[in-house]
Design a protein. Structure first.
Length: 273
């Protein structure tokens, strides 16, 4: 696939993001989510989101030092060496073409989708242990995917600047689709205004009320699964397993697609300079 074809794909995707239509039920759920948080005093909201930001930051940092993250990056580098034997580090990945990088990133998205399907399927069994771990595991799986795709395109996630950008990409990619166009524009401004140095100098807040849409959807899904487990459908657990696996897979697909487009565009923009 040529550079021009990928650029056209990005433009088409951006147009789709601007024209996303959401049905009334989903809009009502999103409005209910925001209204719920607006009942909480501003000071308490700020404290809550500060804790979430810190947790995400430490989780992302942890990925750099545990096998879950290290092995994924090592696999990316090994695949990169197939195209260029000089690849030794994450930043060396920028020596590859956009087509080669896209191929590697899509392979990572595919692998993570399978992980999400399995994890979602286990949650669908309705066991309390699996249901209780569903939300943190879904966050971990998708945060890891952002980390790996960013590394694939040659951005060293150990740098504070890249870590903050990755967290903001994760936040934007996890939003309801109708809100992603605005978040996408904000990310593009972020890259334009802030220097790509070692330290991050912009606004370090990554989560807000809108960030809660997806977690609450996961919680509602899990409550629904627990309820179904005690009904007649308990005789047919594959229904619960299938629904849960599908929903988790769709989330990972959404996060992967958004992240891929972001790092594709960033790579191509920087290549022109």
């Amino acid at each position: 696939m040529s550079r021009e074809e990928i650029e056209q794909q990005i433009r088409d995707w951006e147009k789709e993001q601007k024209n996303v239509q959401t049905n009334e039920r989903i809009r009502l759920f999103e409005k209910w989510t925001e209204d719920l948080f607006h009942l909480i005093p501003i000071k308490d909201q700020e404290t809550f989101f500060q804790h979430i930001d810190q947790w995400l930051f430490h989780t992302h940092a942890l990925l750099q030092n545990v096998p879950l993250g290290k092995h994924a990056v090592e696999n990316v580098l090994q695949t990169g060496k197939i195209f260029n034997t000089d690849i030794r580090s994450v930043e060396d990945m920028k020596q590859l073409s956009i087509d080669q990088l896209t191929y590697i990133a899509k392979d990572q998205i595919s692998s993570n989708r399978w992980i999400s399907i399995i994890q979602g399927g286990l949650t669908g069994t309705g066991r309390i242990s699996f249901v209780g771990l569903d939300l943190p595991l879904a966050i971990l799986i998708n945060l890891r995917l952002v980390y790996v795709i960013g590394s694939t395109f040659g951005y060293e996630m150990r740098k504070p600047y890249e870590m903050m950008i990755a967290l903001k990409v994760f936040h934007a990619a996890s939003l309801p689709k109708r809100l992603q166009s605005e978040a996408w524009a904000s990310l593009q401004d972020e890259l334009t205004l802030n220097h790509h140095g070692y330290m991050y100098e912009g606004d370090e807040h990554t989560t807000n009320v809108r960030s809660m849409h997806q977690p609450l959807r996961q919680i509602v899904k899990n409550l629904f699964l627990i309820r179904l487990r005690n009904k007649k459908t308990s005789r047919f657990p594959f229904i619960r397993v299938g629904v849960s696996a599908y929903l988790n897979d769709q989330l990972t697909y959404q996060v992967g697609e958004f992240t891929l487009r972001f790092y594709q565009k960033r790579f191509l923009t920087e290549e022109r300079r």
